[in-house]
Design a protein. Structure first.
Length: 236
């Protein structure tokens, strides 16, 4: 897993918004592609190399740069590479641009349960992000990505026994509970309940003290805790 972007709510000065590249046996899956991440993505994979994208929800910091990725793919086609429509899996509330342009996107509304993408086995669970439909994902029974959610039973079940927990840390316990989001403390407690071997904190808002977020989660997680940074690679 490669962190492409890890900024929360909006691109930060050093990172685009949420996007994570999972690569297995040459198959490349993106978990989200938020604003400002399509450019940096090209450090790790060409646009035409992306096989599928799972979008957790319809907030722009998780999906907006899919249109930019499609633009890069169209340029590759003009230069002779065959790439066809980009496969998108996401909520029923995904933006109409993704569902009404079949030459660019093949879009599928997801449901709870298992999804087979190339060599990857993905399990999806609907989590609680306010009133907006949002999906957390577990890849190959190893990586659990929380997306944006407050603590909930569906997330606990999905994360249980995962090796790597990629969890948002959108604030501090002192600010919470946060509606629709995890605090750093929530992320740490989730890692402890799940028995995760590594907690990676992401969705890091530019105006917050990231080292304080790290400290809060580390006191509770019961496993190593690191901050997501662009270019961070984690073997799964």
């Amino acid at each position: 897993m490669t962190v492409v972007g890890c900024a929360g709510s909006a691109p930060g000065p050093d990172s685009g918004a949420s996007s994570y590249l999972v690569d297995k046996d040459g198959f490349r899956l993106l978990l989200d592609l938020g604003a400002g991440s399509a450019g940096p993505l090209q450090r790790y994979a060409t646009a035409e190399d992306i096989d599928a994208v799972i979008l957790s929800h319809a907030h722009s910091d998780h999906w907006a740069d899919v249109t930019q990725l499609s633009y890069y793919r169209s340029k590759a086609v003009r230069e002779g590479s065959a790439c066809g429509p980009l496969r998108i899996y996401g909520p029923s509330t995904m933006n109409e641009v993704l569902t009404s342009n079949p030459d660019d996107f093949t879009s599928t509304f997801v449901q709870a349960g298992d999804l087979e993408l190339g060599p990857l086995q993905v399990r999806l669970a609907q989590v609680r992000h306010g009133d907006l439909e949002c999906w957390a994902s577990r890849v190959d029974d190893v990586l659990c990505y929380t997306a944006d959610t407050e603590p909930c039973a569906a997330l606990d079940e999905l994360a249980d026994g995962c090796g790597v927990l990629l969890a948002e840390a959108s604030g501090f316990d002192a600010d919470g509970p946060l509606r629709g989001h995890l605090t750093a403390g929530d992320a740490g407690r989730l890692a402890a309940r799940a028995g995760a071997r590594l907690l990676v904190l992401t969705h890091l808002r530019a105006w917050q003290d990231h080292l304080r977020l790290l400290d809060e989660a580390a006191q509770l997680a019961g496993c190593p805790v690191i901050l997501a940074t662009p270019g961070l690679r984690v073997a799964l």
